[in-house]
Design a protein around this ligand. Structure first.
Ligand SMILES: [Zn+2]
Length: 285
């Protein structure tokens, strides 16, 4: 095992190993690192030699949470995202690209007239999205050579998976049109939920190498986007992102808990770093 000596993001040498974390996909463990300079956490994707492409191709067809649905059904989370984006933009966008679009479920929530493109690594998911009329670039997102700009660029729950997230972040900034929106969702390790779990010795589910590799600090991430002065953070929400329902065996309580969490996620409490799904909305000058 070769330990790395610099932060994968800010390149500082002020890094320390927190503890080894077992992989759910492979029979091995990865060291969790913390950077004392940028306050981000990360795993080293090269700690073991694994084929991430094959891993994701398999995950998208196997039974489980990554499995792509062939049948499109509307869902409240995506409908809410469309509403927020259109409110911030002040109109229905002309064009959108969703980087990490899976089978295109989110894009399908936009009006038919919106030009929709996606980026997706899984061949299976990309084929479903294309059958729905979405133009899909099928590759690792860092490899795509984009040749135009889009009024909305979205990237939900993808950056934590990538070996080279900084390359993609720079590309996302370039392909956002002037006055357009860049929408990013990343896991938030600097939250009360993660701290409470850690206090009780329970592992945060996001620490799942080598699927999840990157856990940016909010300050470092915001600086990455805003540092040249082109982008400005205009909205931020922090939600529970589908917490496991502790009352799932008691229908009445299950519904009450689900309603409570929906209200929580839509209330002003979503500005506080309590849960672990952070949505960031940036406007480009
Ligand atoms: Zn760092």
């Amino acid at each position: 095992m070769n330990n790395i000596s610099n932060c994968r993001f800010c390149k500082s040498s002020k890094i320390e190993v927190i503890r080894p974390i077992a992989s759910h996909c492979f029979d091995n463990t990865y060291q969790l690192y913390h950077c004392n300079n940028c306050l981000s956490k990360f795993f080293d994707p090269n700690e073991h030699s694994v084929d991430l492409d094959s891993m994701y191709q398999e995950l998208s067809t196997a039974e489980g949470r990554f499995k792509a649905d062939v049948v499109f059904t509307k869902n409240k989370v995506w409908a809410k995202q469309v509403k927020i984006i259109q409110n911030e933009l002040g109109k229905i966008p002309n064009s959108i690209i969703d980087v990490g679009c899976r089978s295109g479920d989110f894009l399908m929530h936009f009006n038919k007239k919106v030009q929709k493109e996606g980026v997706e690594l899984s061949k299976h998911s990309a084929e479903i999205a294309e059958s729905r009329g979405i133009k899909v670039h099928q590759d690792f997102a860092e490899n795509i050579k984009f040749d135009k700009t889009y009024e909305v660029v979205s990237c939900y729950a993808l950056l934590e998976h990538l070996e080279h997230p900084l390359i993609l972040i720079e590309n996302l900034k370039k392909i956002t049109s002037n006055n357009g929106l860049l929408v990013i969702a990343i896991p938030l390790h600097e939250c009360l939920k993660q701290q409470v779990l850690s206090f009780f010795g329970i592992q945060w589910h996001m620490y799942s190498p080598p699927e999840h590799l990157n856990f940016f600090s909010t300050k470092y991430f915001n600086n990455l986007i805003e540092k040249e002065g082109e982008f400005k953070l205009i909205n931020k929400t922090i939600t529970s992102g589908g917490l496991i329902n502790p009352f799932r065996k008691v229908p009445v309580l299950k519904r009450a808990f689900s309603l409570f969490m929906t209200l929580w996620d839509s209330s002003p409490l979503n500005k506080l770093p309590i849960f672990d799904h952070m949505y960031l909305y940036y406007r480009k000058n």
